[in-house]
Design a protein. Structure first.
Length: 247
């Protein structure tokens, strides 16, 4: 405890430092008296600090401060006085209101169900269809809904048995997306997409992403056949299943 007092004294006023130096040069009994005096003064200062009166004390939560801007900021935290001019939502802090206002001024759209945000009204509508089931495009064969026309058209080809042929090789595909992905690697021999986790290399970025999500993710994806409900670890395996069983 005496060592702590000495250390605290070294961090204070020069006059107290001089007292300490003189103490170290005196007899042990005198050292003890001076150290006890310093300890008493420190205790008195602590009491004064604890009994110090504050200009502001919140009657709701007991928050104390002598700083005027902190007082004003804290007062508003209990009143929610800052109201959004666009939607009427109230906030306790102006900074919170400013952050919220960006949803309107930057034209960011927020889903009322899950709070996900979108840059366009169309993007929000497509997302909300997942909650409501009101999709823009409905399959006349099986009733499955889609928000995006390209996904809807790809799905329709499963029922109509249309095939898209690769211009570089004899392979055919049931969707434009699968054809595009195939064309990226058709005839390619170099594997220039490397996994940073294990060093495996792949021909395309999609294959690399699929590998990472399956092998290095806590929640690996599951590909579900919408015709029979069977699940697969790889999308390619699902595609083969669809060709073999649901033509």
């Amino acid at each position: 405890q005496e060592q702590q007092i000495i250390l605290e004294t070294l961090e204070t006023e020069p006059e107290e430092q001089q007292i300490l130096l003189e103490t170290l040069e005196t007899e042990p009994q005198e050292q003890q008296i001076i150290l006890e005096t310093l300890e008493t003064e420190l205790e008195e200062q602590q009491i004064i600090s604890e009994e110090m009166t504050y200009a502001f004390k919140c009657c709701i939560c007991g928050f104390k401060t002598n700083v005027s801007w902190k007082e004003q900021r804290h007062k508003h935290s209990h009143t929610n006085q800052y109201q959004c001019a666009f939607c009427g939502k109230r906030h306790g802090q102006k900074s919170d209101l400013d952050s919220h206002a960006c949803l309107h001024t930057l034209r960011i759209k927020e889903c009322s169900t899950c709070s996900k945000t979108y840059k366009t009204e169309l993007g929000l509508q497509r997302h909300e269809a997942e909650h409501t089931g009101n999709y823009r495009h409905m399959c006349e064969y099986c009733g499955k809904g889609f928000s995006y026309i390209n996904l809807f058209q790809d799905h329709q080809m499963i029922h109509t048995d249309q095939k898209l042929k690769c211009p570089k090789c004899p392979k055919e595909f049931a969707s434009a997306r699968n054809l595009r992905e195939h064309k990226d690697i058709c005839g390619k021999t170099v594997k220039d997409f490397k996994c940073s986790e294990c060093g495996n290399v792949y021909k395309s970025k999609r294959y690399l992403k699929e590998h990472i999500s399956l092998k290095h993710s806590l929640n690996p994806p599951v590909y579900v056949c919408h015709e029979c409900g069977k699940t697969f670890c790889y999308r390619a395996t699902l595609s083969k299943h669809m060709k073999s069983n649901h033509k």
